[in-house]
Design a protein around this ligand. Structure first.
Ligand SMILES: NC(=O)c1ccc[n+]([C@@H]2O[C@H](COP(=O)([O-])OP(=O)(O)OC[C@H]3O[C@@H](n4cnc5c(N)ncnc54)[C@H](O)[C@@H]3O)[C@@H](O)[C@H]2O)c1
Length: 379
C-alpha cells in the first residue's frame, strides 16, 4: 500500500531536532501506518549550519526564517524544537496557517500564552501534540495500564524527582546557545518548567488532576555573566524546586528537582503507593518497572523488577524479540507513531495542547506558591 505523505517542517535542529528527525526517519520501518513523514524542510537562523543538518538527516530544503517555513504550501505539519520563548509565537502563526503542530515542552512560558495557543489550534481545527515523551517509555505506559486496571487500588502517595548536576559551576554563563535554559527570558523558568514539567505531565496522566501545591524554590547562584552582553546579570530562574501537592483523588505527593545534585545526570524517578500495590520507575533503568503486590503469597511477596521487553507489553511488539530492550530515542518514535495513527483515525494524540496546559497551570501555581510562601490552588 502506498503511504500518504505528511510533509514536516521542523524549526530548530538542536537536541530535540535530532530526536524528532530520528523518529520521523524510523517510524515507518517499525510501525504499520497509513502516513509517512517526509523531511521537507529544516529551519534555523544560520543557513550554513541548517544545510549541514539537512544533508546529514535528509531534509529536502532549508529555511532561515520560521515565518517563511510556515507560509509554504508544501508543509503539512510544523515541529517546534526551539527554546521555550518561541513556542507561543510560532504555534499561533502555524495554527493560523492551518498547519498541524507538534510542539516541544513546556507548552509555553506561562498559562496565559498556553491558553492562547490552545484557542488557536482549536479554532483552526488542526491536529496538535506536545512532546512529553516519557509517557511513551514502555515501562511508564505499562504503569498507566496497571493503574487503569485498578491493580494498585486506591492511591495514597505519588513521589517524583528529577535530578541533574550540570549548573553547579559559577563560571557557567547564562543565555545564548546551549545555555538558554539558565536565562529566564528564553526559558520562562528553571527546573520547574524544564524538568518538573515532565514529572507533572506523567503524574497528571497516571494519577489525575492536582488541586493544590505548596512549593519552595532556590536560586543558588545569584548572578552569572550573560552570553549576549558579557555582563554579570541577575539569575532569574529557579535552580531547585521542591513542592507538596494534593491530587483530586485524595492522594498526596512530593516533587523535587534540582540541577545541583552532584552525581546525577538525569535521574527521573517516580513511585506510586496504592492500597494493594506499589510501582516505581527510574529513567536510568528505563526498560524496567518495579512492582510490589501485597496480594502475592506472603512467602514469595516482594518487589519484582519487570523487564518490559515482551511483545504483549506496550509498544514492544513492534521492536525486537523478548528480552531485548529499547531506549530513550524510541519514546519519540512512539509519539510519532501514535500521532500518525491517530491522524488516520481522526483522533487527538495526547498530550494535546489542552492537556499540556494543565501541566503549565501546575507549574505556574508552583512558582506562585514559592513566591508567596503559601499553599496555592491550581485553578
Ligand atoms: N521532550 C524532552 O524530553 C525535551 C528534552 C530537551 C529539550 N526539550 C525542549 O525542546 C526545546 C528545544 O530544546 P533543545 O534542548 O533541543 O535546545 P537546543 O538549544 O539544543 O536547540 C534549540 C534550537 O532552536 C534553534 N533556534 C533558536 N532560535 C531560533 C529561531 N529564532 N528560529 C529558528 N531556530 C531557532 C537553535 O538554532 C537550535 O537549533 C525546548 O523547548 C526544550 O524545553 C524537550
Amino acid at each position: 500500500m502506498s503511504k500518504k505523505p505528511l510533509n514536516i517542517g521542523m524549526i530548530g535542529y538542536g537536541f530535540m531536532g535530532r530526536t524528532h528527525s530520528n523518529a520521523y526517519a524510523k517510524v515507518n520501518h517499525f510501525f504499520d501506518l497509513e502516513y509517512q513523514p517526509v523531511l521537507k524542510a529544516i529551519c534555523a537562523r544560520n543557513g550554513e549550519r541548517a544545510q549541514a543538518f539537512a544533508d546529514q538527516w535528509g531534509y529536502e530544503s532549508v529555511e532561515t526564517d520560521w515565518r517563511k517555513l510556515i507560509e509554504r504550501d508544501d508543509i503539512d505539519a510544523v515541529d517546534i524544537c526551539t527554546p521555550n520563548n518561541l513556542h507561543h509565537e510560532i504555534a499561533i502563526a502555524a495554527a493560523k496557517a492551518g498547519k498541524m503542530i507538534l510542539c516541544e515542552k513546556p507548552l509555553a512560558m506561562d498559562v496565559e500564552q498556553g491558553e492562547e495557543m490552545c484557542k488557536a489550534v482549536e479554532e483552526a481545527g488542526v491536529a496538535n501534540t506536545v512532546w512529553y515523551n516519557y509517557r511513551r517509555v514502555p515501562a511508564v505506559t505499562l504503569a498507566k495500564q496497571l493503574i487503569d486496571e485498578g491493580k494498585l487500588g486506591k492511591i495514597f502517595h505519588y513521589r517524583a524527582v528529577f535530578l541533574q548536576d550540570w549548573t553547579i559551576s559559577e563560571e557557567l554563563p547564562q543565555g545564548g546557545e546551549a545555555l538558554w535554559r539558565l536565562d529566564a527570558a528564553a526559558a520562562g523558568s528553571g527546573v520547574t518548567g524544564d524538568l518538573l514539567a515532565h514529572c507533572i505531565d506523567t503524574a497528571l496522566w497516571l494519577n489525575g488532576g492536582i488541586s493544590d501545591v505548596s512549593a519552595m524554590t532556590e536560586t543558588f547562584i545569584k548572578e552569572r555573566v550573560h552570553s549576549a552582553t558579557g555582563e554579570k546579570q541577575k539569575v532569574e530562574i529557579d535552580d531547585a524546586c521542591a513542592f507538596l501537592a494534593k491530587f483530586d483523588n485524595g492522594s498526596l505527593a512530593t516533587f523535587e528537582s534540582t540541577r545541583y545534585a552532584r552525581g546525577h545526570k538525569a535521574l527521573y524517578t517516580f513511585e506510586i503507593n496504592g492500597e494493594h500495590a506499589s510501582i516505581a520507575w527510574d529513567l536510568h533503568d528505563l526498560h524496567r518497572l518495579s512492582y510490589f503486590d501485597h496480594r502475592d503469597e506472603s512467602t514469595v511477596r516482594g518487589w519484582r523488577s519487570i523487564h518490559v521487553t515482551d511483545g504483549d507489553q506496550p509498544y514492544m511488539g513492534q521492536w525486537w524479540v523478548p528480552g531485548l530492550q529499547i531506549g530513550y530515542e524510541h519514546t519519540f518514535v512512539h509519539q510519532v507513531a501514535d500521532f500518525l495513527d491517530n491522524l488516520a483515525k481522526g483522533q487527538p494524540t495526547g498530550p494535546t495542547f489542552r492537556d499540556a496546559l494543565e501541566t503549565q497551570k501546575v507549574c505556574e501555581a508552583v512558582l506562585t506558591s514559592a513566591k508567596s510562601k503559601s499553599w496555592t490552588s491550581v485553578n
